[in-house]
Design a protein around this ligand. Structure first.
Ligand SMILES: [Fe+2]
Length: 347
């Protein structure tokens, strides 16, 4: 496995790059905007293709690299379903998985530092965001933080993991890089409490100053979605209503870019073909499924996904590949549901 712990010294943030092989797919957790050039260079050097960029929560101390990475690599952006970010490509919830080739992260909802805080678990390690830090825990005094919820996330979820599980946090201010669950249970001063009340009291007595970047970082990190109006201005977007009007018509093929997990959770638009977003590059090439479908049958391709972000990137790639009749459904399945569009169960 390729595993890189990358550090931003300005905000003391750790970002993590993961991949299972050279030449394969990669994901990044908690990327920092100012480091995006470095990540791109590293991806190139290691011959990796960035598929997913994930934030553990809405950060208050640095600006996220999610939108810049999406623009540079067309990767999928991911946050938890509670996020106040305007648009991310996928919103995950507790118990789901974030998969790329050879790497699977189990999604754990661990609120408390913020109400959108998540941890991501692998067999031997856990990425804890700001929920569990090395010999510390994330503050709980802003962004809907809640010391009681954090106590439950810590004692009810993270500390139940095997002792030897490696702990990789989103920050460290002392220079520590990694710990274990057993070590934190034994030596983390915040975890030496006898009750939830004692923990709440401890956290409420911290009275920390706000992060320097907070007033800039929070609003910026809430506006990370792709500008879908730019795609619409080119005439490449259809509203959910327009797509409904096309349903069942032979001249168009609807293409669902989502993953199996999302399809099972939300349902699918009847009659649509399934081509997961990461496969597009291959399918647009000469001899690829979509290239053939569009060229041989003359059908117009209409892409859709959860929120319209992957489909907006797909229609741009399709146009670039010469499929000039392709469109996407603006706003994705969220827009489709808002007009009461029909859905069937995915099998
Ligand atoms: Fe944080």
């Amino acid at each position: 496995m390729t595993f890189r712990q990358l550090f931003d010294s300005v905000s003391s943030t750790y970002s993590y790059l993961l991949a299972s092989r050279r030449g394969g797919e990669a994901l990044i957790i908690d990327p920092v905007l100012e480091k995006v050039d470095r990540y791109i260079q590293l991806l190139k050097e290691l011959d990796l293709r960035l598929i997913k960029a994930i934030d553990t929560h809405l950060h208050a101390d640095h600006i996220t690299g999610l939108p810049a990475l999406r623009e540079r690599t067309q990767c999928i952006t991911i946050m938890g379903e509670q996020t106040k970010a305007d648009v991310v490509s996928i919103r995950v919830s507790d118990g789901e998985h974030i998969d790329i080739e050879g790497v699977s992260l189990k999604v754990l909802y661990t609120p408390g530092h913020t109400d959108d805080s998540y941890s991501f678990l692998m067999p031997d390690r856990v990425f804890t965001g700001d929920t569990l830090l090395i010999r510390g825990t994330g503050r709980t005094d802003f962004q809907n933080g809640d010391p009681q919820a954090q106590y439950d996330s810590l004692f009810g979820k993270l500390l139940r993991l095997p002792d030897e599980t490696l702990v990789y946090p989103a920050h460290d201010y002392k220079g520590d890089t990694v710990s274990t669950i057993g070590e934190e249970r034994a030596f983390n001063p915040r975890l030496q409490v006898k009750s939830v009340d004692e923990y709440v009291e401890l956290m409420n007595a911290l009275h920390l100053p706000n992060p320097k970047m907070m007033d800039v970082a929070v609003p910026t990190n809430m506006r990370v979605g792709l500008a879908q109006n730019v795609v619409a201005e080119k005439g490449w977007a259809l509203s959910a209503e327009q797509v409904r009007g096309f349903l069942g018509r032979p001249e168009i093929t609807l293409i669902d870019l989502r993953e199996d997990q999302e399809r099972r959770k939300q349902g699918v638009i009847p009659g649509s073909l399934h081509v997961p977003y990461p496969r597009l590059e291959t399918e647009f090439q000469e001899g690829g499924l979509l290239q053939q479908l569009a060229k041989d049958t003359g059908k117009g391709l209409v892409f859709y996904c959860a929120f319209g972000e992957r489909s907006a990137m797909a229609v741009q790639a399709a146009q670039k590949a010469g499929l000039s009749t392709s469109r996407h459904m603006q706003g994705g399945l969220q827009a489709w549901k808002s007009i009461g569009g029909s859905l069937k169960r995915s099998n």
